[in-house]
Design a protein around this ligand. Structure first.
Ligand SMILES: [Ca+2]
Ligand SMILES: [Ca+2]
Length: 415
């Protein structure tokens, strides 16, 4: 790219010099047709690549050559062309899925006057395109209440994954569409809300040329239950956040199944109160600006479970993504009784820096009650645990304090 740019710049400088020295006729002359077609490309080399071929060639010697055009027909039947500037001597012809079918393209040299050389035909057998390999390796796996897609996309091609299930008449029902340009998805792709019964799912993988590969699987979703709140208890540990007002709003209010009651930890105001005086290394002293701090809150769920998700309900329907609504959290879990010193030894951090961010399409007046009533969800890895420890690192205020009306944890209880 740099090379092309610098060559383009030197061309510009030449043009500027030409104009400066009043060689206007020459400058103009190069923009009008000389009526003479350029010679064709020569020394054509074809290297099959994924989904097509790289075609390299030698440009003709004429001074007025502008670009090389490749013309070909895509598998969709669409006729297309691609231009390569005179600063490169190769062109990638892409968009093919069938590795058994020969592709033919023609290369034409075009000059500044629009005169075209005679075309040179090239043909090749494409190698397997990314969409094929990605579809072959894609797995539709059972997950809590649905499925999880396991995707790897080593070539980082831009691919679209459209997921369907089927209704009782076997008509496809769209579950969602995900575009992926990374090697692996940044966030796991889940589709949930199904009973634990065998069900057909289908993922259509398409590339930018609309080549499609279809993956199907019959999957039995894993049963997901709400871990009963009656079994929950606050499990205060050293280093956990102190309660505000001496406990007038105990953290047991966070699992009394009542959105009108809340647990409240002491405010951390202007770096003076509410902090752990002997902080854990994971959540260091906030009196040093820039250091991470957190409000730790620990709960015993009373049951050991394979975890699936955590849900948090904010204080007020109208708060939305503002005020004391949680913004940034870590979640730690352990299946064994936590160590009495309250350190994080023996705990596993299953969620790091989860941020509750307002979605782009969020309509506050409509969605704020939903945030309060339905809660904000965090997906958990399928780890077996009984104790859960939340580290609240930020809310939507400068004051760090936790006011939460309810929490829920889902998963499969291990008897
Ligand atoms: Ca010419
Ligand atoms: Ca409550």
């Amino acid at each position: 790219m740099k090379k092309i740019l610098s060559r383009a710049l030197s061309m510009l400088m030449v043009c500027a010099l030409v104009l400066l020295f009043s060689c206007e006729e020459e400058a103009k002359g190069s923009l009008t047709s000389d009526g003479v077609a350029p010679d064709a490309v020569s020394d054509v080399q074809i290297t099959p690549i994924a989904g097509g071929a790289r075609v390299s060639y030698k440009l003709p010697a004429q001074d007025d050559v502008l670009f090389v055009r490749a013309d070909y027909v895509l598998p969709s039947g669409e006729t297309t062309s691609l231009n390569a500037s005179l600063y490169v001597n190769e062109i990638d012809i892409l968009g093919f899925i069938d590795t058994e079918k020969e592709v033919t393209a023609s290369l034409t040299v075009v000059d500044q006057g629009g005169n075209e050389s005679s075309p040179v035909q090239v043909s090749f057998m494409p190698l397997e395109p990314p969409v094929t390999g990605v579809a072959q390796n894609l797995e539709i796996l059972p997950d809590f209440g649905g499925i999880r897609l396991k995707i790897s996309n080593p070539t980082e091609a831009r691919l679209t994954f459209t997921t369907y299930t089927f209704d009782e008449n076997n008509e496809p029902l769209l579950l969602g569409s995900n575009v992926l340009i990374d090697e692996v998805p940044l966030d796991p792709i889940f589709f949930r809300g199904f009973d634990p019964e065998p069900r057909d799912f289908e993922v259509r993988v398409t590339d930018r040329w609309n080549n499609e590969q279809v993956v199907q699987n019959t999957v039995t979703p894993i049963e997901e239950v709400l871990i009963p709140k009656e079994g929950f208890s606050h499990f205060p540990l050293p280093h956990d956040a102190p309660l505000r007002g001496g406990g007038t709003h105990p953290l047991s209010n966070m699992f009394d199944d009542n959105l009108g009651t809340f647990g409240w930890t002491l405010d951390q105001v202007a770096n003076t109160v509410g902090f752990d005086p002997n902080p854990l290394p994971e959540y260091t002293n906030p009196f040093n600006p820039g250091n991470v701090t957190a409000h730790l809150m620990t709960f015993d769920m009373g049951e050991s479970a394979i975890l699936s998700r955590f849900v948090y309900h904010n204080l007020r329907p109208w708060h939305g993504y503002s005020s004391v609504t949680w913004r940034l959290i870590d979640i730690w879990v352990t299946n064994e009784e936590p160590n009495a010193e309250g350190t994080l030894e023996g705990w596993t951090k299953v969620v790091e820096d989860h941020e509750f961010l307002e979605p782009d399409d969020h309509v506050p007046a409509v969605d704020n009650p939903r945030i309060h009533e339905e809660g904000l969800e965090v997906l958990l890895p399928p780890v077996q645990a009984r104790y859960i420890r939340i580290a609240l690192k930020r809310n939507y205020l400068a004051i760090l304090t936790s006011l939460a009306t309810e929490i829920e944890v889902y998963g499969t209880i291990v008897e």
